[in-house]
Design a protein around this ligand. Structure first.
Ligand SMILES: NC(=O)c1ccc[n+]([C@@H]2O[C@H](COP(=O)([O-])OP(=O)(O)OC[C@H]3O[C@@H](n4cnc5c(N)ncnc54)[C@H](OP(=O)(O)O)[C@@H]3O)[C@@H](O)[C@H]2O)c1
Length: 325
């Protein structure tokens, strides 16, 4: 094959599949720095069956990291999308990094491993790459508060790692005090804290705290209020914000890509959710440009400390991690 053919094929390949670099976690495992989000909570109208296609399209586009959770009720469809991709020879299981999460009503130590086995059964996998405690809050099955300390839950997570059912373990929605308390009282340090980060919730103090401790930060709801949310009180920026559009024009990228790259440039692992084939491909096409310090500061200046995920109905529960008012 001549050099032109190689360049031509490389060109086609690069438009077809773009793999994100991997980041080493504090336990030595390697995590791809962009994950496909599959939770459909506050995002508009996604049919559960679309998750199977979204996962397949994502793997086809080069994603190697998929984020799900027991509470999303889509682990079956995530597993089907993965199985489709594996059976068509796009990837092997070991090329993928699959994250799932333990829900609040299964926080007792003896519940953790059986609950992970349930998730694995639905996913059709023998292990996950990362298992997270979804929230530090414990509830009963009826949603009322329960008195299980997350230190107890973490012992169950350590059991899961010990058994090889989860290669890495971590937490989600933990604040800095909770992370410190967990690290001070546990054998295994959490590899990850998955929290909301976007232009209107930039979370500099929590992010730098985690990063100093060697805890990688995954950024959920990465588009913040750039995209439609089911509420009225939405702060700027919108998708057509002039400052973001200008940065995008400089690099030939969309506003969405600028915001995702902003998160990558801060050392975060964004989890964009999309069920649309083109947007799925767009959201991983982030590795041929880099923002300047000034552009990062411009985007950080949108911060308003306003959350997309703001579960105020839990504000009086023990271990509520966010601001109460
Ligand atoms: N740990 C936790 O507590 C927690 C909480 C919330 C979320 N998460 C995780 O994070 C993921 C993402 O969060 P999220 O779903 O709240 O928000 P998101 O990814 O910030 O936004 C999703 C919305 O953006 C749209 N979108 C995607 N790509 C776009 C693009 N390039 N341009 C314009 N619009 C675009 C999607 O529509 P289309 O589908 O039509 O493209 C969807 O409506 C979840 O799926 C879940 O995996 C975790």
């Amino acid at each position: 094959m001549g050099p032109f053919a190689v360049i031509f094929l490389a060109g086609i390949y690069s438009t077809l599949a773009i793999e994100a670099p991997r980041k080493e976690l504090n336990d030595g495992n390697m995590m791809p720095v962009v994950a496909l989000g599959t939770g459909r909570g506050t995002a508009q109208g996604v049919d559960i069956e679309e998750v199977r296609h979204a996962v397949f399209w994502a793997i086809e586009a080069g994603y190697r990291h998929i984020d799900t959770a027991a509470i999303y009720n889509d682990e079956l469809q995530v597993g089907q999308g993965i199985a489709d991709a594996v059976s068509q020879g796009l990837v092997k299981r070991e090329d993928l990094f699959v994250t799932t999460k333990l829900w609040n009503d299964k926080h007792r130590r003896e519940q953790v491993v059986p609950e992970l086995r349930e998730s694995l059964k639905k996913l059709g996998l023998s292990y996950v790459d990362l298992y997270l405690i979804h929230f530090p809050i414990a509830t009963k099955v009826d949603g009322s508060p329960d008195d299980v300390d997350y230190l107890e839950t973490w012992k169950g997570m350590e059991d899961a790692k010990e058994l090889g059912l989860a290669k890495s373990i971590g937490v989600s929605n933990f604040n800095a005090t909770q992370i410190d308390r967990l690290i001070a009282n546990s054998k295994v340090k959490p590899a990850v804290n998955q929290v909301e980060v976007n232009p209107t919730l930039t979370q500099e103090p929590l992010v730098s705290h985690c990063q100093k401790l060697g805890v990688a930060v995954m950024a959920y709801s990465p588009f913040g209020f750039l995209v439609t949310r089911k509420r009225d009180d939405v702060p700027p920026p919108r998708y057509d914000d002039p400052a973001l559009v200008k940065i995008g024009e400089k690099y030939g990228k969309t506003t969405g890509q600028v915001v995702l790259r902003y998160l990558v440039d801060r050392g975060l692992i964004p989890i964009p959710k999309s069920a649309n084939k083109e947007r799925i491909a767009q959201n991983i096409n982030l590795f041929d440009f880099k923002l300047t310090e000034e552009e990062i500061a411009t985007i950080s200046a949108f911060n308003k400390n306003i959350r997309v995920i703001d579960p105020k109905s839990w504000k009086d529960y023990p271990n509520y991690p966010f601001e109460r008012d």
